[in-house]
Design a protein around this ligand. Structure first.
Ligand code: AMP
Length: 483
C-alpha cells in the first residue's frame, strides 16, 4: 500500500517522499484514513511504530482543507507527557507540515511563558503542549479552546503515571464537546480506559503488536553484583568491552548525578537527563549525546519513552526499573530499525523481585553472567521458578477472566480489552476483521471491534522490508534527531 492510496494531498506526499518513507507502517495504514474521515481513535501503539506520522499527517491535511483559526485559540491540541516529547512531536508536525501554510507552536514548563503567550495571540493551527503549562496558559487567559477541532492525547498512560490526571480533568472540562479525539497509549490500564470512556465517541480501536519485539532483536543479559560495586563495574565494562555510546538508566535523580560525577572524575564524557534539570540543560544534554560529544548519557525513566536516538548500540540498566514495563521502553532505545543492540542490566540482591517481574512480563529468563572480580557477596537469588510460575499464572488468568480477553503490548496491563472497547463510549466499532485468531477468552483473543495489526513492525523496519533504505532524516522528522 502506498501513501497515495491513503488519500493524502500532494504537498504531504511530496514531504513523505523527501523523507524517504516508501510505505505506510501498520499503524499509519489504519489511522490515516480513519482520522481523515473524522473518526475518534483509541490506539495501542508505542514510539517506533510511526504513530506520530499516523496522526500528524491526516490532522495536517484536515487543518489545511477545513476551517479557519481564531485569535487566542488553537485548532488542534496535542497533549504529551514530557518536554522532550513535546519538542519531538512539534518537530514532526513542522517537518510533515513543511509545505503547508499552518501555524504551529509548542508549550511546556520550565521555560519562559511570555513567548508562548505571544505565539498564541494570533491563534494557532497546532499547539503541542504538556498538561501543566497548558493549564497555566489557560488560567492566565492566554488561550481559549473555542476553535478546537482535534485533540490528541499522546502517551496517555505516561501522562497518568506522571500524575497529570487532575490537570487532564481540568483541561477536558474546558474543551468543546464537539471535536475529534485521538488517544494513544502504550498500555491500557483501568485508569486509561476510564479516561477513554469519558472522551471518545465511537472510536476505532487500533492495536499494533507490541514493540517488545525489541526483546527479540536486542541482545539482553545481566551481571549480578553488589549494589556498592555498580559504579566500578560500569566503568570496568565501559573500558574493557570498548563500548561506544551508552545510554544508562538509573532509578533516582540523585543516583544519576552521582554516577555522572564518578564518570567525569574518571575522564569519561558524560551528561544527564532527569526531571530536576532545567529544560535547556536537558535538551542540551540530549543534543550532545546525539552529536556524540558525550559518550555516556545517564537518565531516569523520563528519557525512556519517546526519544528517537539513531543507531544506539548499548543500553545499560544501572538499576532495574520499578515498573517492569519501563524495561521494555528502556531497551527499546537500542536495536531500533533492526540494528544490532545490546541491553545489559547490573542486578543486585535487593532487585530480585523487580527482575522476576521483568522476566514474567517479557516471558524470558535473562541470561546471567558474573564479571570476574565483581561477584556479588550478597547472592542474587535465582528467579527461574518464580518467573515461570508467574508467567504461567499471567497466561492462565485471562482464560478465567473472560472480560479482559487478551494480553496486549507489554503484557497483561496493555490490552485494549473488552472493557476498553466497551468503556470507550459505547464500544469501538468493528471496521475490519481481526487479523489474529481469536481464541475465546484466551490470551490471543481479540476484543470486539479491535483491529489487530500483527507483526509489530516499526516504521523503519517496514521501510527496510520494502527493500528501500529506511528514512534517513535530513531534518527533524518524527524524532527530532540531529537537533
Ligand atoms: P514514531 O513512532 O512516530 O516515533 O516514529 C519512529 C520513526 O519512524 C521516526 O524517526 C519517523 O521519522 C520514522 N517513520 C515514520 N513513518 C515512517 C514510514 N512510513 N517509513 C519510514 N520511516 C518512518
Amino acid at each position: 500500500m502506498t501513501f497515495q492510496a491513503l488519500g493524502l494531498i500532494e504537498p504531504l506526499q511530496q514531504t513523505i517522499a523527501a523523507l524517504g518513507y516508501t510505505e505506510p507502517t501498520p499503524v499509519q495504514k489504519q489511522a490515516i484514513p480513519a482520522v481523515l474521515a473524522g473518526r475518534d481513535l483509541m490506539a495501542a501503539a508505542q514510539t517506533g511504530t510511526g504513530k506520530t506520522a499516523g496522526f500528524a499527517l491526516p490532522i495536517l491535511q484536515r487543518l489545511t482543507m477545513e476551517g479557519v483559526g481564531s485569535p487566542l485559540s488553537m485548532r488542534c491540541l496535542v497533549l504529551v507527557p514530557t518536554r522532550e516529547l513535546a519538542e519531538q512531536v512539534y518537530d514532526s508536525f513542522r517537518t510533515y507540515g513543511g509545505k503547508l501554510p499552518l501555524r504551529m507552536h509548542v508549550a511546556y514548563g520550565g521555560v519562559a511563558i511570555e513567548p508562548q503567550i505571544a505565539k498564541l495571540r494570533k491563534g494557532l493551527d497546532v499547539l503541542v503542549a504538556t498538561p501543566g503549562r497548558l493549564l497555566d496558559l489557560f488560567r492566565q487567559g492566554a488561550l481559549t479552546f473555542e476553535a478546537l477541532q482535534t485533540l490528541v492525547l499522546d502517551e496517555a498512560d505516561r501522562m497518568l503515571d506522571l500524575g497529570f490526571s487532575n490537570e487532564l480533568n481540568a483541561i477536558m472540562e474546558a474543551l468543546p464537546k464537539q471535536r475529534q479525539t485521538l488517544l494513544f497509549s502504550a498500555t491500557f490500564s483501568d485508569a486509561i480506559r476510564a479516561l477513554a470512556g469519558g472522551l471518545l465517541k465511537d472510536p476505532l480501536a487500533i492495536q499494533v503488536s507490541p514493540r517488545n519485539t525489541a526483546t527479540k532483536t536486542v541482545k539482553q543479559w545481566l551481571i549480578t553484583t553488589d549494589k556498592r560495586r555498580k559504579p566500578e563495574l560500569f566503568l570496568h565494562l565501559l573500558k574493557q568491552r570498548r563500548w561506544g555510546q551508552v545510554l544508562v538508566f538509573v532509578k533516582t535523580r540523585k543516583g544519576v548525578d552521582q554516577l555522572v560525577a564518578t564518570l567525569l572524575e574518571q575522564g569519561v564524557a558524560a551528561d544527564s537527563i532527569h526531571g530536576d534539570k532545567a529544560q535547556h540543560a536537558r535538551l542540551r544534554a540530549l543534543d550532545r549525546f546525539k552529536t556524540a560529544q558525550v559518550q555516556v548519557l545517564v537518565a531516569t525513566d523520563v528519557a525512556a519513552r519517546g526519544l528517537d536516538i539513531d543507531a544506539l548500540p548499548q543500553v545499560v540498566n544501572f538499576d532495574l526499573p520499578t515498573v517492569a514495563e519501563d524495561y521494555i521502553h528502556r531497551i527499546g532505545r537500542t536495536g531500533r530499525a533492526g540494528a544490532e543492540g545490546e541491553a545489559v542490566s547490573l542486578v543486585c540482591a535487593d532487585e530480585v523481585d523487580l527482575l522476576t517481574a521483568i522476566e514474567t512480563l517479557t516471558r524470558q529468563l535473562i541470561r546471567r553472567e558474573e564479571e570476574p572480580g565483581f561477584e556479588a557477596d550478597h547472592r542474587v537469588p535465582e528467579t527461574g521458578a518464580a518467573a515461570v510460575a508467574a508467567a504461567a499464572a499471567a497466561k492462565a488468568a485471562p482464560a478465567a477472566k473472560k472480560k479482559r480477553p487478551f494480553t496486549g503490548p507489554a503484557g497483561g496491563k496493555a490490552a485494549l480489552g473488552g472493557k476498553a472497547a466497551g468503556a470507550a463510549a459505547g464500544g469501538a466499532r468493528t471496521v475490519a476483521s481481526a487479523a489474529r485468531p481469536t481464541g475465546k477468552g484466551g490470551p490471543g483473543s481479540v476484543p470486539k471491534g479491535a483491529v489487530i495489526v500483527t507483526g509489530g513492525r516499526g516504521a523503519k523496519s517496514t521501510a527496510r522490508a520494502a527493500a528501500k533504505p529506511a528514512a534517513r532524516k535530513t531534518g527533524a522528522a518524527g524524532g527530532g534527531r540531529g537537533r
